[in-house]
Design a protein. Structure first.
Lengths: 574, 448
């Protein structure tokens, strides 16, 4: 099962960050906590192919960078969305995620929800008990255990209740736990069924509600292969599980479990083939949507209020349509268009419903058969000009150059920003009819304790000045014509420069190696579900380099992530 | 498609149960992590006692209830602390109210009653008995209500005030106060008590027991798997698996405790609440409901007031006897009927202890072990002495007090100290209680 040697690119002088004495940037350097890897500003990448393929002579696993190095991969509990999707796949039941424990705050794993940090509390376990009972109740209401309508592959009236239950337990258990049940587990669940009270369906319900409280369902349990030290290779079923939760935000299907069972996932070709199959499936939409909603910070938009005085047209339905536009667009770019980051950033089309097209000033008659609509050429291009992004990164009553600029700096360039110094007044200046935004925020430039950071933030935000707090194009700012000129600074290599308006801004970002490296880094974090550690640097850099080589081909990146060391191995102790 | 947040109602409906059991012990976020919450019960009867027939004989740790009044307590000896010598601080000249009025107000509040024109008083004004003067309501919060304020238990009922043959809203007939001039009148009709606590219950315990059994069988398997898994995962992950296992175990043991919660299936018989011929039946019915409410965590703070400082009649002993109050003042057949009445109050107290002891909690302890029962009276004797009021504690509040003791204090030791001890036992940090009428500080020495 040979793994091809991957050329390691050692990066010289990577771009990163240094917080200066003034509390913001004075320059840039590497740092282990910095998600911005890659982006070689010297153009002096020297190659180092010290890595032979496969295990070394001593039998220790060899990685893509010589000695295998991956960061700590803590036990993960399913997120709300993963639980919901898993239950849907298992039983065809929709569960309201509000009944589930809240996900841990995302900060620890970049922008992404992942329950890797804290052990569960009693309340969380109680929530899971109640949720499991709810799922059973809903399944019974939906006749999910009726042989005519439900998930059973047998009929208790024909095959016998005991036999039919045993076969359900085996197949349900394999899906729910993402591995075959052990003989003891199979026997335990059969005994549970046999001892339960009620109808056949009631008793299967108890099996389901018990299985849904098992750690093997609630956690992504990774014991790895036997006989290894601090770093262990995942077994085939564990790999299948990582694969499906990454690319589908849900359980593996039977085909993927079969590939684990037959050993297909043990070869790079087999693994790539399954990854490609998952990406090509419509079910990849959930993960693509989830990544983009979190990366762009728009996932909470449907519950974000706007001022009813200024924006009477804004309501939850419109906000939901905005979120959906971005999700549909990303899905379209990745699975139907060329899948390139540049397309995501600069496409002159979108996939939106009529209410949003109206907001964009697009004639619904221009929408084609696939639901694709052209955007006004000089006004909008790609995700940065989506109403979702512009609305989520604005205040309730006014737009925000700071929030929009910060989004770009943090999430597109992977350059974290410190919060404002503690002693400054950060109350928003009131909108005034005769002052432009630039004038209102003059202190950001004039006060040295502000300007260090805001020089990096505001000039990007200026490019989005022509959009109000719900992403509508406007023509005046404080009674003056809008000045959409700004500058991008701090990117190594390409990407820095002056621009006018969002289309040129998007073009600069799309040209940047650092932005590509950052997006690669974001996808890698999303895929692993844990914060990237120093030990993951090699994997992350290797992936970023391959992404650069591919000219920002995102589907190819996803396949590369799946075959990377960090994805196939796990470090079990610090 | 969206579904309403899960309710047990939905679960039961889904299980095909026609009737609902809305008080099925909740498995929700209000339940407490770690530990069974303590319960408090205040118990009262009027007119003190005959000390010579009340006090046990023997030493402080080895004693016998051989007096006729307390003989029913003999089986409960190891759960009790008998306290002799405490007095209610009373002065007919310094505070409003006659001994019955002031005693009732002082008993659990330690506070002087209100003057009629006190701003906190609602205008209710009664003449003092046998003295010139008037009195308003009690003048302070009582310990049960202070505990409820501070602990704020997440139960459906903040506290439960039950009575047996009490009459009217007046200072002699109310012993629980939310604050100065804010009495909690007791509910004296068992049928009404039932309706309030369990009236929406239409099913039977079988459904609850089935649900508990179902949960237990699920959690048993989950626990088994977690236990197995904890030895297989890495050290780093073991903490998480063990935390999960701990929580599953805690929830499972709570289920066992909750399974002991057995709500009354049938409402009690309809009594005329002030027909004293049925005093003992009504008393037992109220106690049954109170213990069920505590076991099912409908409330954690309760009081039972047997009669009041007017006294009513003693028809259950002798329908032809003079009034209880007259008896207490040595009229009629007082020599036999007063001890007989005191004895029967003890019988009800022992019945309460039996019921509390019969409820098994999650950790194998009895509900009684997790409860502090405080029994007192508003005067020491029918002759109005206030210096030797009989007090008995039971249960020990999860070991806060060592039980099985008989403590004697210098006659007239302020009972404020006992109130402070009870508050501290319940987790309320108070050093004095009763406002300016408490002239000391700290708990009762030698008790905790």
């Amino acid at each position: 099962m040979g793994w091809s040697a991957t050329t390691r690119v050692v990066l010289g002088g990577s771009v990163a960050i240094l917080f200066g004495v003034g509390g913001c940037y004075t320059g840039m350097q590497d740092g282990p906590g910095n998600p911005n890897a890659g982006g070689d500003d010297q153009g002096a990448a020297d190659t180092d192919d010290d890595d032979g393929s496969g295990p070394g002579a001593d039998g220790e696993p060899q990685g893509q960078c010589g000695a295998l190095e991956v960061g700590l991969s803590p036990l993960r509990r399913l997120t709300r969305a993963q639980y919901r999707n898993a239950v849907h796949d298992l039983l065809g039941i929709e569960v309201d995620v509000d009944v589930l424990p809240e996900d841990e705050r995302a900060d620890a794993v970049g922008a992404f929800a992942s329950n890797v940090l804290a052990p569960v509390s009693e309340n969380i376990v109680r929530d899971y008990l109640n949720a499991a009972e709810l799922v059973t109740t809903l399944a019974l209401e939906a006749d999910a255990f009726d042989p005519a309508t439900g998930v059973l592959a047998c009929d208790p009236a024909i095959d016998g209740e005991t036999e039919c239950a045993a076969s359900f337990i085996a197949s349900f258990g394999r899906r729910a736990f993402r591995r075959p049940l052990t003989g003891e587990e199979q026997a335990d669940f059969e005994a549970l069924f046999a001892a339960a009270e009620g109808t056949f369906a009631d008793r299967l319900g108890l099996v389901v509600e018990t299985a849904l409280q098992f750690p093997d369902f609630l956690y992504i349990v990774e014991l790895g292969t036997e006989g290894t030290g601090e770093i262990v290779a995942l077994d085939a079923y564990e790999l299948a599980t990582r694969l499906s939760f990454f690319l589908w935000s849900s359980l593996p299907d039977d085909a993927l479990l079969d590939a684990a069972e037959t050993g297909d996932l043990g070869t790079e070709e087999g693994l790539r083939a399954q990854a490609q199959r998952l990406i090509d499936s419509p079910r990849a939409r959930d993960s693509i949507a989830s990544f983009h909603a979190q990366w762009l910070g728009i996932d909470r938009l449907p519950t974000t209020d706007k001022s009813a005085v200024y924006f009477p047209d804004y309501d939850p339905a419109l906000a939901t349509a905005m979120l959906r536009e971005t999700e549909d667009f990303a899905d379209y770019v990745l699975r139907h268009d060329d899948g390139r980051l540049a397309t995501l950033l600069t496409a002159s089309y979108t996939v939106a419903d009529t209410r949003l097209l109206d907001l964009y000033g697009v004639d619904p008659a221009e929408v084609d058969d696939e639901g694709v609509a052209p955007l006004p050429a000089s006004e909008r291009a790609g995700i940065l000009t989506h109403a979702s992004v512009l609305s989520a990164h604005a205040h309730a009553d006014q737009a925000s150059i700071v929030r929009r600029g910060t989004l770009v700096r943090r999430n597109f360039m992977c350059q974290p920003l410190p919060p404002p110094p503690p002693d400054v007044n950060i109350d928003l200046p009131e909108p005034t009819p005769d002052q432009s935004t630039r004038e209102r925020f003059a202190e950001h430039r004039d006060n040295p304790s502000c300007s260090g950071c805001h020089e990096l933030i505001d000039p990007i935000g200026y490019g989005l000045l022509a959009y109000d707090a719900i992403g509508r194009r406007i023509t005046e700012d404080g009674g003056q014509p809008i000045d959409e000129s700004g500058t991008v600074t701090g990117l190594g290599g390409t990407g820095d420069g002056a621009f006018v308006g969002p289309v040129e801004l998007a073009g600069l970002l799309a040209s940047s190696e650092d932005v590509r490296a950052c997006v690669s880094r974001q996808w890698t974090t999303f895929a692993l579900g844990h914060p990237l550690a120093e030990a993951d640097t090699c994997t992350a850099d290797t992936l970023a380099d391959a992404f650069e080589e591919s000219d920002g081909d995102i589907p190819a990146l996803l396949v590369d992530i799946v075959t990377s060391d960090a994805f196939r191995y796990r470090r079990i102790t610090q | 498609m969206r579904h309403a947040k899960f309710t047990r109602r939905a679960l039961l409906a889904g299980m095909g149960c026609a009737s609902l059991a809305p008080f099925i012990p909740m498995l929700d976020a209000d339940a407490e992590d770690g530990g069974i919450p303590k319960r408090l019960i205040l118990f009262y009867h009027p007119f003190g006692t005959f000390l010579d027939q009340w006090r046990p004989t023997g030493s402080s740790t080895d004693f016998t209830f051989d007096g006729p009044i307390t003989a029913p307590l003999q089986p409960h000896k190891s759960d009790l602390i008998v306290i002799e010598g405490l007095g209610l601080r009373y002065s007919s000249t310094q505070i409003p109210g006659d001994p019955h009025q002031a005693g009732m107000a002082l008993l659990w509040s330690g506070a002087s009653p209100l003057d009629c024109d006190d701003p906190a008083n609602d205008g209710t004004c009664l003449p003092e008995g046998g003295q010139d003067g008037t009195v308003g309501w009690g003048g302070g919060i009582t310990i049960d209500q202070r505990v409820a304020d501070v602990l704020a238990p997440p139960t459906p009922f903040r506290s439960l005030e039950l009575g047996v043959d009490t009459r009217g809203d007046n200072i002699r007939a109310c012993m629980s106060y939310r604050g100065p001039g804010q009495p909690n009148a007791p509910e004296i009709d068992p049928l009404q008590t039932y309706t309030t606590l369990f009236g929406d219950y239409e099913g039977d315990d079988l459904q609850v027991q089935q649900l508990m059994a179902r949960r237990k069988s699920a959690l048993d398997l989950v626990g088994k798997r977690l236990d197995r898994l904890s030895s297989k995962v890495s050290m780093h992950d073991r903490l998480k698996i063990e935390a999960h296992l701990d929580s599953v175990s805690a929830i499972e043991s709570q289920l066992q405790g909750l399974a002991a919660c057995s709500a009354p299936v049938e409402p009690p018989p309809a009594y005329s609440p002030n027909d004293s011929a049925f005093l003992m039946d009504i008393g037992r019915a109220q106690i049954d409901l109170m213990v069920a409410a505590l076991a099912c965590d409908r409330t954690r703070i309760a009081s039972l007031q047997i009669k009041d400082e007017d006294g009513g009649r003693v028809d259950w002993l002798d329908p032809n006897a003079t009034s209880f109050h007259n008896l207490s003042h040595n009229q009629g057949a007082w020599e036999t009927l007063m001890p007989a009445a005191y004895h029967d109050f003890t019988v009800l107290f022992a019945y309460l202890l039996d019921k509390l002891a019969a409820v098994q909690m999650a950790d194998g302890t009895r509900l009684l072990d997790n409860t502090l029962v405080a029994w007192g009276s508003a005067v020491g004797h029918g002759n109005h002495t206030m210096n030797t009021v009989p007090f008995i504690l039971a249960g020990g509040a999860q070991g806060y007090f060592d039980t099985g003791r008989y403590l004697t204090y210098e006659t007239g030791t302020r009972h404020h100290r006992l109130l402070v001890s009870i508050l501290q036992a319940m987790g309320v940090s108070e050093d004095t209680f009763g406002g300016s009428w408490d002239d000391g500080a700290g708990p009762l020495p030698g008790l905790a």
